[in-house]
Write a protein of this length. Structure first.
Length: 266
């Protein structure tokens, strides 16, 4: 009987059961009292779990109905003050949107690893607002603990003048030939920049993003060595970068060699 009775009321029920047992023994005899005991024990064993389940189900149902009633009252209250409701909804939307943007920035900058080979070995160095050629050459010659040092400049928009369509703006980055080497980039098609192509008068080449290659150049291999004109200057397309490469900026369509003029290091 002890195993069958609910723990919370066990002591009280056992005391009552003892009194009933004694009364049965005196009135009906020991044999009849034992038969009564077995019947009551079996009844408790079958009825109590069902009763407990019924109470739990009832409590859960009452809780759900109470929640629905409160939701209805809240909706009716908000409907009576549409101005406050609009402000509250707008505030929630701005807060949720701001949190999503901040998390995206933190995730990209701090949490998510860079999509590069051995990204844990890549370090980005800044010097104020501008790093000139002399600084890059000092770093390249003085740092012996790094494999490669490259320079990049988000050059911004330039005008693309296609031969068979209207002109449009594209985003172009200027990088040193060592930039892709430092990031461990392998082109999807073609090649990257040679060192001499960053010298004055030796450039005229470009590599493009995989997205630009598909949308603007048809996504075919014959796009290599095709000429494209940026701000009136012709560039031969020598390579297509791998899918998803978005350095130094996620907006870049085209990369060209930065001009490294040793006679003008500033």
């Amino acid at each position: 009987m002890t195993r069958v009775l609910p723990r919370r009321d066990r002591t009280l029920l056992l005391e009552e059961f003892d009194r009933l047992w004694e009364r049965r023994v005196h009135r009906d005899g020991l044999r009849a009292a034992r038969a009564w005991y077995r019947r009551e024990t079996l009844a408790f064993a079958t009825r109590w779990p069902l009763e407990r389940f019924r109470r739990t189900t009832t409590t859960m149902g009452e809780g759900m109905m109470d929640g629905i009633r409160q939701l209805r009252h809240t909706v009716r209250g908000l409907a009576r003050v549409p101005g406050f409701t609009a402000v509250a909804v707008a505030t929630l939307a701005i807060g949720i949107g701001a949190n999503a943007v901040i998390f995206g920035i933190v995730d990209r900058a701090l949490l998510r690893s860079l999509p590069l080979p051995e990204s844990d070995r890549v370090v980005q160095v800044f010097e104020g607002w501008f790093t000139n050629l002399a600084t890059v050459e000092i770093l390249q010659g003085g740092l012996t603990t790094v494999t490669a040092i490259g320079a990049a400049n988000d050059a911004g928009g330039r005008t693309l003048e296609p031969a068979d369509g209207p002109a449009r703006r594209v985003t172009v980055a200027e990088v040193s030939p060592e930039y892709f080497e430092a990031l461990g980039v392998v082109p999807r098609l073609g090649r990257l920049f040679a060192r001499e192509e960053s010298e004055p008068g030796r450039g005229g080449v470009a590599v493009v993003s995989a997205a630009f290659w598909r949308t603007a150049l048809g996504g075919t291999a014959d796009a290599l060595d095709r000429e494209m004109v940026l701000d009136g200057v012709s560039h031969a397309i020598v390579g297509v970068l791998p899918e998803g490469f978005d350095f130094p900026s996620a907006r870049n369509d085209v990369w060209v060699p930065v001009v490294m003029d040793a006679s003008n290091p500033g």
